[in-house]
Ligand binder design. Structure first.
Ligand SMILES: [Cu+2]
Length: 346
């Protein structure tokens, strides 16, 4: 009975939202362009000229650390939030993102192959239902990836049977709007027997590609092209660099390595719409594990293609000091922000 009530509530909220967006569209068509002057973006939002739905106006929820607790050799509890948080995606350009834990992409989640995951989503959004779809698990989508209503929480249990670098995202309709507004991230499932190249690795990073569109503009998300295509890195260990998907962070603060090191990157393209042609300038990818599964071992690649949601583990050696650009080789996207630097020093 509880489920039925939730479904009815969900439908009602969706209808209300559609009505709100439709009304906003009529009044403010053309005034929601994120390319507008940086100084006015927040003020515009405050004045209601953005398509920020009414309950989100002025809302900026502080990031919340992900909670993770291992309760058995093969069982973990993970608690995350869905929340509305302002993120500066380009210099001076604030995006009122729909997020997991106040980050976009959300925090990286790391579990072990075979782990049972007890996942709790606390929905701090006062207005919209959200959900969690982990690509790393087998589940019954309607039940296990179900919507969690505003100001409620839901707990779901499933197992991560395959190792790899998987996308996670909100699966609440419109899925496109929820992902493009920022509700995406990466879950790494560490292989139980490791990777054959584990012993060769000196440094590890996470690198994620995502797109941004005009603010909360489903038409642009569906029919347009991304305004920004960006990279972010997520902290694997405490003290590691941890950024949102922005046009500037990984240019201003390059990832760091030493000459001669073999670098491993856990990479994923969370999209929502575009393909990534991942490439590191000045090196060749020695080892690539497609989707991060040790079984999918390839050698000597210049570029690895990542479909929307696709991941990989890539490993390469940096033999000379210098600044190594990391790009998607679709250079129209580099112009829109998809460039990160790896700084290699003696
Ligand atoms: Cu959502």
């Amino acid at each position: 009975m509880k489920v039925k009530k939730s479904v009815i509530l969900s439908v009602l909220i969706s209808m209300l939202l559609l009505f709100t967006v439709a009304c906003t569209n009529d009044e403010e068509v053309g005034s929601n362009n994120l390319d507008e002057s940086e100084d006015t973006s927040l003020a515009e939002e405050e004045n209601g000229e953005f398509e920020v739905i009414q309950p989100h106006v002025g809302l900026n929820q502080e990031p919340v650390p992900v909670k993770m607790e291992r309760i058995g050799e093969n069982e973990v509890n993970i608690e995350m939030t869905s929340q509305i948080t302002d993120i500066e995606i380009d210099e001076g350009l604030i995006y009122k993102a729909w997020t997991f834990n106040g980050e976009a992409p959300g925090p990286v989640v790391v579990v072990n192959e075979g782990d049972i995951i007890n996942f709790t989503l606390k929905n701090l959004d006062p207005a919209i239902p959200h959900s969690m779809d982990f690509h790393a698990v087998h589940a019954s989508p309607k039940r296990d990836f179900a919507d969690v209503m505003p100001n409620e929480e839901g707990t779901f249990t499933y197992q991560a049977n395959y190792p790899g670098v998987f996308m996670y995202h909100c699966g609440t309709p419109s899925v496109l709007a929820h992902i493009a507004n920022g509700m995406h991230g990466v879950i790494i499932v560490m292989p139980k027997d490791g990777y054959p190249t584990d012993d060769e690795i000196d440094s590890e990073f996470v690198l994620i590609q995502n797109e941004w569109y005009k603010y909360n503009d489903l038409d642009d998300m569906k029919n347009g092209v991304p305004s920004q295509v960006v990279f972010s890195t997520k902290a694997l260990n405490e003290g590691d660099l941890n950024t949102n998907g922005t046009t500037y962070d990984l240019k201003e603060t390059p990832l760091q390595a030493k000459v001669g090191e073999k670098i491993r990157m856990y990479i994923n393209n969370v999209g929502p719409n575009e393909i990534s042609s991942f490439h590191v300038v000045g090196t060749v990818l020695d080892d690539v594990y497609v989707d991060g599964n040790p079984y999918n071992h390839m050698k000597g690649l210049q570029t690895i293609i990542l479909p929307a949601s696709g991941g990989a583990v890539v490993e390469f050696t940096v033999k000379e000091p210098g600044l190594y650009p990391i790009v998607t080789h679709q250079f129209n996207h580099v112009e829109k922000g998809a460039l990160a630097y790896l700084e290699v020093t003696e």
